[in-house]
Design a binder for this molecule. Sequence first.
Ligand code: SF4
Length: 239
Amino acid sequence: MKGRIIEIFSSVQGEGLWLGIEQIFVRFHGCKLKCSYCDTPLTHHAITKSRVEVFPYTQEFENHALEYGVEELNATLSSFKLQSIAITGGEPLEQVEFLEAWLPTLKTQYQILLETSGIEVEAFKLIKQYVDMASMDIKLPSSSGEKPYWKEHDLFLEQTLPHKVYAKIVFNEKMTPEEEGHLETLFNKYPELPVVFQPVSPLRSINLQEALLKARRFSQKFGPRIRVIPQVHKYLAVM
Ligand code: SF4
């Protein structure tokens, strides 16, 4: 069993509730969605190589084959000497068979953050016991350009709450009243769900003031479980 992995590198987590934690990022290949703001275009291409960071923050990489076995991957991870891993993509849950083989080998050594589009519900059920926190996207068509996935997001949250998940919503000033209504329904249904509104990057590409006013409506209604956090790693000019 092998996993297709585009990149392995270390950085400061720049999004969500684990903001600021130094992590090893394991970026999986492949995603059936095509969000307009996706910053990992390679995930959609047929590639044969991956790259592994040589030294933190240098952006110097060594090439590696795209596919990794479990032992090989763990040996690569151990060289980073960090205790937290961000499993990201692409959509890692599209390779759930590899995750089922790999994650049980990690549990005692690392804290695991899974970054997911929040639509692969059945796959998530298979591996959720190994995940310390899931960062689950809520895809808004007004920012992603994708179709809505309200039903899938709802089912995904049913699998995770009351623990181990926060919702990340990439948004701009174009969020529609219909989307706002769906979000309110979810926030009411899951009162313990922490929510991170993440303005689309780069911030100059959107009307930030109008976008923040949209998020403010939710802060007024749902209180401090609503956060607004931009992609902080971009300010540090790191990956
Ligand atoms: S779900 Fe994530 S990886 Fe997939 S297209 Fe959207 S932003 Fe890119």
